[in-house]
Design a protein around this ligand. Structure first.
Ligand code: ADP
Ligand code: MG
Length: 789
């Protein structure tokens, strides 16, 4: 494989009693043939003065039996086809020179059978010799006449281009003829029948369609596919052997021809000259484009000419003086062919089905190995199968709890689980990013500059800054619209929205709204630039936003009551600002404390930064003054012409002190500047922390508020109080597994009250679990709906 090889070119001389001994001479090695033309003949035959030619080929076959011809020309090509190499054997020559005799032979006499039947025999014999492989053989027989394709093995009696328009198709696997029948043959006899049928069709077609069979190219193809019987072997090989009986190569005199003959002559001359062009191009290693598509013959043989194939050309010539002109032309063709190099390569493919099966086997084996390994390592049995939704949800919950800090570590079970943990980290991260983005969008939104009504409403309410940006944050999205109470009826939302709109028109009309930042909202559901006011609940966020710059949250009592002590739920929910104060005293106390702490740090840093800036400016001013004084000194010195003593600079004491001072100032400046830079980075970081805390505080409040005043009691039972619940954050384990108390109750129940006794335990257990799962999903869906923007 990979070695370059020349096309093998042979000459077969048709036996004749009238052999031109004086003109045709064979070399002793039977590989060369010399032609000598007598003077008197030269005039009429060739125009140049040359009278002698010598052709060196791979073999000259004269008086050779069909047997010897096969041995010399075809045997190796066929043998290699079974190893995966494509092969092409072509017979070239003038009509009557013996192409068909060589290729097909006589059908009456077994001894005179040609290359075709012998190749089939060899293929089947070799298959018998290779029991290790399952080898299939298919055949097709194509005829190309006047650039039309005919299927010589078609079951239709008369086939023409109008009946089955065949086309030559190229794909990555190679070239094939669409519409050409390919016949599976399991034994020699079947193959022979097909060959004979093809020959018969060829003759019949030549009569019925009035075509001269010597004017057509015939390609008999044997397709081989060999799969190893060893199932672990995933590779298989394919190959094809093309046996080509070309149309007569004689130059037809166009002048004397007309009609059908002229057409045939044109087509044959063209296709054979295209064949030659393609072959010459193939022989030229610098040529990268080979003109295969110029005619049907070269196109159909594209992957069988040169390239990765074994290729043999057999030139049939007459041995008679009268045919010398054509003989010369044929021999020239043969010697040009001999120059072509090919690089035979095995056509190897992968059996996808086998690969899957082998991988499955391997997988099963490895699972067994793992099981053994686990039991040897005394590990509880680990399931290595892909995870289901519930297992993934459990990991998601673990990751969230881990991030919240309520779970110390995530136990490592297997690789698949580790991968899923990382995956869920990513999921949670992207959800949190979305949440932050959403919050930001709620806080700052642009108003469409063309929406004058909205702008004037906002301006009147004092909400617009000079750039036309909305100051602060719109509200109601989080409190009014975003969290629809769990028990809300469908109509409720629409109604409340309408109410907000009415409020907008009143508040917009009112001169100088009471709060500078309150009472605004953007209705995301209708248009991103439309304004709707929120309910008074918006004041909670406004308060927080005011905190952003002024840090005015009042201190909280250290022993703020815990949520367990929460008073019973009131019949009507308190307004949000009031509830928010409550929240800060109970569940939100910790986060509120952190929020305040961070903010005071932030303010302190801001103060320091501003002090540093002032100091830097003072230093800068002093530096400028010092520089000016220095310059003054310098100009004085220059005027006095004190540059003397061979280029040495003489500086007086005053100037020297100024230089020292400037140096010192520069140092101070650099240190302060560095401090300021550090402070700025710290401020940025603190600001980020403060924002995060604020966001968290609001979100926790949101959840707390809904949980306290809107979620039905029965659902609250399953959501154990104390955990922060948000969309997708209910730890599934909390719902999927019974709480400790529940577990006790259940085991008591199991002993005492199970109607069918302890045996029914698993049945009921499953039932309870299913119901729990169902409830969980219901809850989740409720939350998601409520939190969807
Ligand atoms: P082609 O196909 O090149 O037109 P054929 O194969 O039809 O030529 O040969 C023309 C005739 O010559 C046929 O009758 C064939 O049997 C005979 N013939 C050709 N070559 C040989 C050969 N080597 N030995 C015996 N007969 C031959
Ligand atoms: Mg023929």
């Amino acid at each position: 494989m990979g070695t370059r090889k020349k096309v093998h070119a042979f000459v077969r001389v048709k036996p004749t009693d009238d052999f031109a001994h004086e003109m045709i001479k064979y070399g002793d090695d039977n590989k060369s043939i010399d032609i000598h033309i007598k003077k008197d003949l030269q005039k009429g035959v060739v125009n140049n003065k040359q009278t002698d030619w010598s052709f060196k080929l791979d073999g000259v076959l004269h008086n050779a039996s069909q047997d010897l011809v096969y041995e010399t020309v075809a045997k190796d090509v066929v043998a290699q086809a079974l190893d995966g190499y494509n092969g092409t054997i072509m017979c070239y020559g003038q009509t009557g020179a013996g192409k068909t005799y060589t290729m097909t032979g006589t059908t009456e006499n077994y001894k005179h059978r040609g290359i075709l039947p012998r190749a089939l025999q060899q293929v089947f014999r070799m298959i018998e010799e290779r029991p290790t492989h399952a080898i299939t053989v298919r055949v097709s027989y194509l005829e190309i006449y006047n650039e039309s394709l005919f299927d010589l093995l078609s079951t239709l009696p008369c086939v023409g281009p109008s009946v089955t328009p065949m086309t030559i198709v190229e794909n990555p696997q190679g070239v094939f003829i669409k519409g050409l029948s390919v016949h599976l043959t399991s034994q020699e006899e079947d193959a022979f029948s097909l060959l004979f049928e093809g020959e018969t069709n060829r003759i019949i077609a030549s009569h019925t369609m009035n075509k001269n069979s010597s004017r057509s190219h015939c390609i008999f193809t044997i397709y081989v596919e060999a799969h190893s019987r060893t199932l672990s072997d995933e590779k298989y090989i394919t190959s094809k052997i093309n046996l080509v009986d070309l149309a007569g190569s004689e130059r037809l005199k166009k002048s004397g021809s007309e009609g059908r003959v002229l057409k045939e002559a044109t087509y044959i001359n063209k296709s054979l000259s295209f064949l030659e062009q393609a072959i010459i191009a193939l022989g030229d290693q610098k040529r990268d484009h080979i003109p295969f598509r110029q005619c049907k013959l070269t196109h159909a043989l594209k992957d069988s000419l040169g390239g990765n194939c074994n290729m043999v050309l057999l030139t049939n010539i007459y041995g008679e003086a009268s045919q010398l002109e054509e003989t010369l032309s044929s021999l020239r063709f043969a010697s040009r062919m001999k120059l072509v190099t090919t690089e035979p390569a095995i056509n190897e493919k992968y059996d996808a089905e086998r690969m899957v099966k082998n991988l499955e086997k391997e997988l099963a084996l490895l699972k067994q190995e793992l099981a053994i390994h686990d039991s040897l390592a005394n590990r509880t049995l680990v399931n290595y199968d892909p995870m289901d939704e519930i297992q993934i949800a459990e990991i998601n919950s673990q990751v969230r709890r881990y991030l919240e800090g309520t779970l110390d570590e995530i136990d490592i079970i297997n690789l698949r689980q580790i991968q899923e943990v990382f995956n869920q980290f990513r999921v949670v991260l992207s959800q949190q990013e979305q949440e932050v983005e959403l919050t930001l969008r709620r806080k700052y939104t642009l108003i469409d500059k063309n929406d004058f009504a909205a702008i004037s409403a906002v301006q009147k309410a004092g909400l617009m800054d000079v750039d036309g940006h909305l100051v602060g944050e719109p509200d109601g999205q989080g409190f009014g619209l975003g969290v629809t109470p769990f028990s809300a009826k469908p109509g409720k939302k629409a109604k409340s929205k309408k109410m907000f709109k009415e409020q907008l028109s009143t508040s917009a009309r009112k001169e100088g709204a009471s709060s500078p930042v309150g009472g605004k909202d953007l209705d995301f559901s209708t248009s991103k630039t439309q304004l709707t006011p929120s309910s008074k609940e918006g004041d909670v966020k406004d308060m927080l936003m005011r905190d952003r710059e002024t840090s005015s949250i009042e201190p909280l009592p250290l022993d703020s009551p815990k949520e367990e002590l929460r008073p019973p739920r009131p019949s009507t929910p308190p307004p949000k600002p009031v509830a928010f104060e409550d929240f800060k005293n109970e569940r939100g106390s910790e986060i509120n404390r952190i929020f305040k702490e961070n903010k005071s740090i932030l303010n302190e840093r801001r103060k320091r930064a501003s002090e540093t800036t002032q100091r830097i400016n003072a230093i800068k001013r002093e530096m400028d003054v010092t520089k000016e004084a220095l310059n003054f000194q310098k100009s004085l010195r220059e005027k006095q012409g004190e540059y003397e003593n061979k280029g040495l600079m003489i500086i007086d004491e005053e100037e020297f002190l100024l230089i020292l001072k400037l140096k010192d100032l520069k140092k101070q400046y650099r240190t302060e500047y560095q401090d300021l830079r550090d402070l700025k980075a710290e401020i940025q970081y603190c600001q980020h922390l403060v924002d995060q805390c604020r966001h968290r505080l609001l979100m926790e409040f949101d959840i707390w508020y809904n949980e306290s005043f809107f979620i039905p009691e029965d659902i609250q039972v399953s959501l154990k109080p104390g955990g922060s619940i948000r969309p997708g954050m209910v730890p599934i384990s909390r719902i999927m597994s019974l709480g400790e108390d529940d577990q006790d109750k259940f085991s008591q129940l199991q002993q005492t009250e199970l109607p069918e006794g302890p045996d029914s335990f698993s049945f009921y257990n499953a039932k309870v679990k299913t119901e729990q799962k169902h409830n969980y999903l219901k809850t989740m869906m409720g939350f998601q709906q409520a939190h969807r923007k």
